[in-house]
Design a protein around this ligand. Structure first.
Ligand code: MGD
Ligand code: MGD
Ligand code: SF4
Ligand code: MO
Length: 759
């Protein structure tokens, strides 16, 4: 029996060759018309999956064993992602607020909505200048859409203010990659992991945030690879680690410097590698020698011998992989922390070989592609620079404008908020972000967004942010369009369209192009498909650092993805970077000495605890999608505060009690989860919830000075038993809460030790 009829072949690009007699790649007892090969829409791992389509609707998901990467595995978010497609909450027609700011959002036609936006943007720009309108986009979109947003801002609106949610995510990593290595991409493919002798994960909750990568980690460990984890919370992988360092939040660069100290003083540096492939070692060495383990251990709240043991394990590895993520990067010293990681990997020669490298685990589905397509405030497509004359001239020529017409660098997303508050920015086109959950200091963010003369949001669900908009445009979910995404390895993969958007909802790129036409710039946005946009991306990135020129949709299908840089059509792509040279003109990596500086806010008598925030496996980012997925919501129905049992006892708090957490920005009341897997001086709240459940009511908006990422991971806080439950509790099923608490409880540590080793 031929199975070919089941496979959807959009644009004739996705041909699947299943010869007779081969085992079928799926199992299903449901009548299904088509199996559409695509990838998960959530995290940067970008697992491959099939969407099952019946009667024009996405009805389920099937593993995709034929993709040699996730081998059919999906995490709980991946297996339930399809449930967002036909969700009853989908936005199916445009909405406009009638009767001024106090009015309600009401149904509008596309013509009315888009004409109003075009007219108001032009009026606002005529009165206050082009830069009074900002574009704020996101990295959960395809490369084609990310590229389009950068072009839309600069060409259709002529504004310099264009930035995206990756500012809150990848900007410390970008800073470090650019300073130390010269290319802003992971150094290694995930398939390098089983070749490592040592994996050091610092500030990365791999088990919950990149679940499918753990399968590679177990492969490595089956071969004897040792695992070091540094995290103030004993995360799932930390429970199995050979060495676990429960460091005090915000002290990462001190720890990394002390490890470098041990590596230098015990003769574990790779002199040959340093001489041949790097510059700046002497200054970095001199600085690191100021960080002996004993005083650093006091700063980090660790034992000196644990730091020495970690340094020896890492320093003696034949091939070590150093993984970081937002734990280390969501800090006002995030760029420094990343550079300190690169210093450690460079000093030990851990680059350019299987299993040897330093890489940040990119977060969002297209968090890699999204940061090189030119939607960043200072960037043009291909990681080109908006203030570089040659780059400006090249992109202006691709876009058919004169170079002087191309705006210069604008505000990063985090600085748009104060600019909105002081009404320098008066209108905003937002797509694919939910800052009313995700930005720090929510009270200020809400005030700023309410001040806008015109606020337009494009989403497929009414997010907390969309609730504040003047005009809401219904866009598409990933399953409704094709296009490319670049995963956390730098592998460009392809989504395929399974169904059409519901009701009057439209494809995001069509909405943006339609708006450009109404702004009189239709000639520059004359695309008929995502593929047309991709063809322009190829040209726009040609010869740039992030070179996509040699990548085609056909090649992606034929090769199961293509790693950039890929300069020509006969080039296979580049899975591992830095084999021969780093990304600077002289080919050498750069050491930079890092001085440890404490976080912006430290505990004091009024706020004696450290609050850190982050993720759980069940929810994705602002939760606008996963809070609508019944299974995921049931597992994690509301935020909670994790605290160590010693801390809880001291504060007179028991498991499940309502606890009020206060910081200098605000307060919130959540149930307590009393555990032994967090430092006693630290508390943790997951940030996936909105309104009075948003952890970002509490967080500190202080920014990293170079790349402007907020310090989500460290602020001073106080916690006490609440006088009364929060208002939302009255509608809340206590049984759900209990279930959620049980789900969060850790198993006893596989290493036989429960709870952090804390001084
Ligand atoms: N389930 C799930 N997976 C996701 C996402 C999601 O929302 N949900 N989001 C995706 C995205 S966009 C991102 S950016 C990634 C984020 O992936 P991660 O960075 O792994 O996740 P976080 O929870 O933000 O933080 C990681 C860890 O940092 C620790 N930490 C806190 N403070 C410090 C500190 O000062 N130093 C160190 N070393 N560690 C600290 C926290 O305890 C936490 O375990 O996940 C991606 N994957
Ligand atoms: N306290 C605290 N705050 C944090 C973090 C933290 O660790 N702690 N992490 C930060 C990080 S790393 C990140 S990445 C940010 C993320 O912050 P946000 O950008 O706010 O996160 P999302 O929930 O992805 O927002 C995307 C929105 O766009 C919609 N959407 C998704 N895909 C598409 C699409 O293709 N088209 C359209 N039109 N809409 C789409 C979704 O429904 C959602 O409403 O949060 C940051 N905020
Ligand atoms: S690991 Fe990431 S990409 Fe894979 S299924 Fe889970 S959320 Fe989706
Ligand atoms: Mo992120």
């Amino acid at each position: 029996m031929s199975l070919d009829k089941h496979f959807f072949t959009p644009e004739g690009t996705d041909t699947y060759d299943f010869s007779e007699g081969k085992p079928t790649p799926w199992q299903s007892n449901q009548e299904v018309d088509r199996y559409v090969p695509t990838h998960c829409c959530y995290c940067g791992v970008q697992c491959a999956m099939y969407l099952k389509v019946a009667a024009g609707k996405v009805v389920g998901v099937e593993p995709r064993y034929d993709f040699p990467y996730n081998h059919g595995m999906l995490c709980p978010k991946g297996t339930t992602a399809y449930q967002t497609v036909n969700h009853p909450d989908r936005l199916t027609h445009p909405l406009m607020r009638r009767g001024g700011k106090g009015g309600a959002l009401e149904r509008a036609s596309w013509d009315e909505a888009l004409d109003t936006i075009a007219r108001r943007f032009r009026e606002i720009q005529a009165a206050h200048g082009n830069d009074a309108v900002a574009v704020y986009s996101g990295s959960s979109m395809t490369n084609e859409k990310c590229y389009l947003m950068g072009k839309f801002a600069r060409v259709a609106l002529g504004t310099r203010h264009c930035d995206y949610n990756g500012r809150l995510c990848m900007s410390s990593a970008t800073g470090a990659n650019e300073l130390s290595l010269g290319i802003d991409r992971a150094a290694n493919p995930v398939s390098d992991l089983p070749h490592a002798d040592v994996v050091f994960a610092i500030g990365a909750n791999i088990g919950e945030c990149f679940p499918i990568i753990t399968s590679y980690l177990w492969q490595a460990r089956d071969r004897g690879c040792k695992l070091i984890v540094a995290d103030p919370r004993q995360t799932p992988i930390a429970r199995t680690a050979d060495l676990y360092l429960p460091l005090r939040p915000g002290t990462d660069s001190a720890l990394l410097n002390a490890m470098l100290y041990v590596i230098i003083t015990e003769g574990m540096v790779d002199e040959e590698f340093i001489r041949a492939r790097t510059s700046g070692w002497e200054e970095t060495k001199a600085e690191a020698l100021k960080y002996p383990p004993e005083p650093v251990a006091r700063v980090c709240g660790l034992k000196p011998e644990t730091i020495v043991a970690a340094a020896r394990l890492y320093g003696q590895a034949k091939a070590a992989l150093l993984y970081t993520a937002r734990g280390l990067e969501h800090q006002s010293k995030g760029v420094d922390n990343g550079v300190a990681c690169a210093n450690l990997a460079l000093a030990t020669g851990n680059f350019g070989r299987p299993g040897a490298g330093y890489m940040t685990l990119t977060g969002q589905g297209n968090g890699q592609g999204g940061r090189e397509m030119g939607q960043k405030a200072s960037q043009l497509p291909g990681e080109r620079e908006i203030e570089n004359q040659e780059d400006r001239e090249y992109i202006a020529s691709v876009w058919g404008i004169a170079e002087p017409e191309l705006p210069h660098a604008g505000y990063p997303a985090t600085l748009m908020i104060p600019a909105m508050e002081r009404q320098e920015i008066r209108a905003c086109f937002m797509i694919c972000s939910n800052p009313l959950v995700s930005l720090p200091d929510q009270h200020t963010v809400e005030r700023a967004l309410r001040r806008l003369d015109l606020f337009v949001v494009t989403d497929f669900f009414l997010s907390e942010t969309a609730e504040l908009a003047d005009i809401v445009l219904p866009g598409n979910v990933w399953a409704e369009d094709g296009g490319t995404s670049t995963n956390l390895e730098g592998r460009v993969i392809k989504y395929n369209r399974a169904v059409d958007p519901p009701g009057e909802a439209r494809l995001d790129w069509e909405i943006v192009c339609d708006l450009a036409r109404r702004l009189g710039k239709g000639h520059a946005f004359d695309y008929h498909s995502q593929r047309d946009i991709f063809e322009e991306v190829r040209v726009a990135t040609k010869g740039a650092r992030a070179d996509y020129y040699g990548i085609t949709y056909e090649k992606i299908n034929a090769q199961n993805g293509v790693f950039w840089p890929c300069p020509t059509e006969d080039h296979p792509g580049t899975p591992r970077l830095y084999e021969d040279r780093f990304g600077f003109p002289d080919g050498k990596a750069r050491f930079h000495p890092i001085t440890y500086l404490p976080p912006a806010e430290e505990p004091d008598a009024t706020y004696p605890l450290v609050l850190t925030t982050g993720r759980v496996i069940y929810h994705y980012l602002s939760g606008n999608q996963t809070r609508r997925t019944p299974f995921l919501l049931e597992q994690a129905p509301c935020p909670w505060v994790e605290m160590h049992e010693r801390t809880a006892e001291r504060l007179g708090i028991a498991e499940g009690d309502w606890v009020t957490v206060r910081t200098r920005r605000g307060e919130m009341t959540v149930p307590a989860l009393v555990i032994r897997t967090i430092r006693p001086d630290t508390i943790f709240i997951p940030y996936h919830y909105g309104h009075t459940q948003a952890a970002n009511i509490l967080t500190n908006p202080v920014l990293e000075p170079m790349n402007k990422i907020p310090e989500y991971k460290v602020c001073a806080a106080a916690a006490s038993k609440a006088e009364q439950p929060p208002a939302w509790a009255k509608d809340f099923d206590p049984a759900l809460l209990k279930l959620a608490g049980r789900n969060r409880r850790a198993l006893p540590s596989a290493g036989g030790r429960v709870g952090p080793r804390v001084r």
